[in-house]
Design a protein around this ligand. Structure first.
Ligand code: ATP
Ligand code: MG
Length: 264
């Protein structure tokens, strides 16, 4: 088993709060890996450390054996790390297809002057970029909405648009922060099918989700955080049956769902 992403003793201290506390995680190449835990457990903070939005207080992160702990977010993008956000971030006034094109980090090659004068080389590149963006929209089933203003899309469509934009950078590792949030059951089922297809494209998925059915169904391996610490890790069945996990979720809706999964 090849490890694509490895976190070793990674911590993030905010004033008076250890949001991520000495966490070790290994994400196997080609796997779908979930991170779960109650609200405030440190899941998004961990994503911010992996994507480079925040520097860790201590610990190391490696991608494919190369240390990326101090690398800037754009360097990590170039190395193949892409993400979506818990609170959708996109250019609402741009069209759907334009938003996907912003995700292509292989910047158009021709010079700014060529772009300004709209020389043939520039127009050729632009056409190729647009064709690729349309392919991705086809893939996430948004092709028919390519020309719409992104801000006018439904919530579920905006989440799929974010995925298309993240895929536009040809990532090896895609971080998804609550991709099913705000989706209805049908949209959630479609999203799971879509993410399985992404995984088949040799893209490793690391996802945070509160929807337990979704996580358990999709993930090969799950890491459970609570108050910044890793409290459990394993297959869906292993973490579901882990007393520390049940304890962490006690009093939450998830605990009820876990109990149901146990046939209680
Ligand atoms: N920039 C910040 N400055 C200070 N504290 C922060 C910052 N970001 C997060 N926190 C705190 O760190 C803890 C972990 O937050 P984080 O957003 O990582 O949790 P989470 O597991 O993603 O929760 P949720 O499921 O609600 O999204 C919380 O107590 C949060 O208030
Ligand atoms: Mg979060």
């Amino acid at each position: 088993m090849t490890i694509l992403l490895s976190a070793r003793q990674v911590s993030k201290q905010f004033t008076g709060l250890l949001a991520v506390n000495q966490v070790d995680v290994d994400v196997a190449a080609g796997s779908v890996h979930g991170i779960i835990g109650p609200n405030g457990a440190g899941k998004t903070t961990f994503f911010n450390l992996v994507s480079g939005l925040l520097p860790p207080t201590s610990g190391t992160l490696t991608l494919d054996g190369h240390e990326i702990t101090g690398a800037a977010p754009y360097e990590r993008t170039r190395l193949g790390v892409a993400r979506t956000f818990q609170n959708i971030r996109m250019f609402s006034d741009m069209t759907v297809v334009e938003n996907v094109m912003t995700g292509m980090h292989t910047r158009l090659e021709s010079s700014g002057l060529a772009a300004l004068l709209r020389l043939p080389a520039f127009r050729r590149e632009e056409r190729a970029a647009k064709a690729k963006a349309m392919e991705l929209l086809e893939f996430v089933r948004l092709a028919d909405k390519a020309g719409l203003r992104s801000g006018d899309l439904s919530y579920g469509d905006q989440r799929r648009l974010e995925i298309a934009r993240a895929l536009a950078g040809n990532p090896r590792l895609l971080l998804l922060d609550e991709p099913a949030a705000g989706m209805n059951p049908t949209e959630t089922r479609d999203l799971a099918a879509l993410l399985r297809q992404v995984a088949r494209r040799d893209i490793t998925l690391l996802l945070v989700e509160h929807n337990m059915g979704f996580v358990m169904d999709l993930c090969d391996r799950i890491t459970v955080l609570n108050f910044g610490r890793k409290i459990a890790e394993g297959t869906a069945r292993e973490v579901r049956d882990d007393p520390a996990v049940i304890e962490a979720y006690l009093g939450t809706k998830v605990a009820e769902r876990l109990a149901k999964a146990h046939g209680a």
